[in-house]
Design a protein around this ligand. Structure first.
Ligand code: SAH
Ligand code: SF4
Ligand code: F3S
Length: 443
């Protein structure tokens, strides 16, 4: 039975992308048809992000545009973190017909029916156990699939909305994860990325089986030895020898760790309520280098301009960057979010221009470190999972090395296809790309 068509747009992190795949699966199995033309769809869904004020402003601007281009009679629903944060306040916006938070997606078919009957509704209940164990997401295109293994977050970093928008941390059952792994392989994907706000805090325990993240990785790596496995993001508190040895012991687990440090200053880390110090973070990095070697690529998140951050605190951040020389960093200026601990009890007292200046210094330093890390790959042969033509030319193709670096190579003879694993001899680099020659191992 065809109940109408829907269109979905996704903002925010990979968890949200993965959630949209859950939403698509729920709607398709309830008789709705997914379309890619917003102007023709009966139901318009915006899966939103609240992490910084700018994310919410972008969405509100987009909504203004959407209400003008939508066809008559279609309904608009707001999903995701902004739905959860702003709740029924969003319904005051005329064009919005329903608001559903991250744990309410199974109620979408009912809520959509009500919307067509002219009733506005909200489902923003957070659950302590909804992990969508029984939904096989409608995975996106490409060679790589996301599998969310945890939802929510049990940390209370003082600046962060995620605990409010996604609720308590819960882990998917091992059985449900393995069912997804099998499904992903059956559909021809060549790489799996395991996702969680703190993916390495995964712990499943139902009284009969118990499994931590290292054990889960081991099980998956053994089950699909020809498939690459990635995971993000990791919390420094849950990096340990067991996990690193598991990564070391499996060729198909990528040596690439995203380990946010946020600030290099102990005083700021404390205000942020991050449960580690600069020294403890460095110890974790040393442990990674000892077990996985200096080739393990390291990515981080850095936030600048948090409450009371001094020039000396900022220098601590730059010094920590200098110590690690990350391959890449996601960098942000602090954005106060109402309802969080820092908004309630601290003062957003670093002036905007100072935040921007510090952010620019961080970005510039990171640029030199990326350039250094990428240049270290020149002269090496890397295994690349091929994604397709590069943005610049049909003759130049691109893929990713084990450590997640983008590698561009000539494919004018069309010997290489999407999803192939190939060996590339790296001969040049920028701070964001490796360039190289295909080594034809069958010749
Ligand atoms: N769960 C992950 C990160 C989730 S949010 C972790 O803790 O590692 C992604 C990044 O957004 C964070 O690492 C942080 O750097 C940034 N961020 C979160 N809240 C923010 C805020 N209020 N202002 C600016 N950046 C923020
Ligand atoms: Fe937010 Fe901290 Fe949880 Fe990450 S660990 S999602 S920054 S509260
Ligand atoms: Fe944004 Fe929610 Fe992800 S706030 S970053 S979409 S968890």
């Amino acid at each position: 039975m065809n109940k109408g068509s829907f269109y979905i747009e996704t903002y925010g992190c990979q968890m949200n992308v993965s959630d949209s795949e859950v939403v698509v699966s729920i709607l398709v199995s309830n008789g709705y048809k997914k379309v890619s033309d917003i102007e023709q769809s009966d139901i318009i869904l915006l899966n939103t992000c609240s992490i910084r004020d700018k994310a919410e402003q972008t969405l509100l601007n987009r909504l203004d545009m959407v209400k003008h281009i939508k066809k008559r009679g279609s309904v608009i629903g707001i999903l995701g973190c902004m739905a959860e944060r702003l709740k029924d306040k969003l319904l005051e916006i005329d064009c919005i017909n329903f608001v559903v938070g991250p744990d309410g997606y199974k109620s979408l078919p009912d809520i959509i029916n009500k919307a067509f009957e002219g009733n506005k509704s909200v489902d923003v209940k957070l659950s302590t156990d909804e992990a969508y164990n029984d939904v096989i997401p409608q995975y996106g295109s490409g060679v790589s699939a996301f599998i969310s293994i945890t939802r929510g977050c049990n940390n209370v970093c003082s600046y962060c909305v995620v605990p409010f928008t996604r609720g308590r941390e819960r882990s998917k059952s091992v059985k449900a994860i393995l069912r997804e792994v099998d499904c992903v392989i059956e559909r021809g994907f060549k790489e799996i990325t395991l996702l969680g706000q703190n993916v390495n805090s995964y712990r499943f325990d139902d009284g009969t089986t118990s499994c931590n993240f290292a054990q889960l990785l081991d099980i998956i790596a053994n089950r699909v030895p020809d498939i690459r496995i990635r995971f993000l993001s990791s919390h420094p508190k849950d990096i340990n020898e067991e996990l690193l040895n598991t990564i070391k012991n499996h060729k198909n687990i990528c040596k690439n760790i995203q380990l946010p440090f946020q600030s290099g200053s102990n005083h700021i880390l404390k205000l942020m309520n991050r449960p580690y110090t600069n020294e403890m973070y460095k110890e974790k990095i040393n442990m990674i280098w000892d077990i996985l070697g200096k080739d393990c690529s390291l990515v981080t998140d850095i936030m600048t301009g948090f409450c009371d951050e001094t020039e000396e605190d900022h220098q601590d951040t730059l010094r920590l960057m200098e110590y690690v020389k990350f391959d890449y960093a996601f960098t942000f200026a602090y954005s106060e979010r109402s309802g969080t601990c820092s908004a309630n009890t601290m003062c957003d007292n670093v002036p905007h221009d100072v935040k921007i200046r510090r952010l620019t210094e961080i970005i510039n330093l990171q640029q030199t470190h990326s350039l250094y890390r990428y240049s270290q790959c020149v002269g090496k042969i890397v295994d690349v999972l091929v994604e397709g033509p590069s943005k610049r030319s049909e003759l130049e193709w691109q893929g990713r090395a084990d450590d997640n670096k983008v590698v561009v190579f000539n494919n004018s003879e069309k010997l290489i296809h999407e999803g192939d694993y190939v060996k590339i001899n790296v001969n040049d680099n920028t701070s964001a790309t490796l360039m190289g020659e295909f080594i034809n191992t069958t010749e």
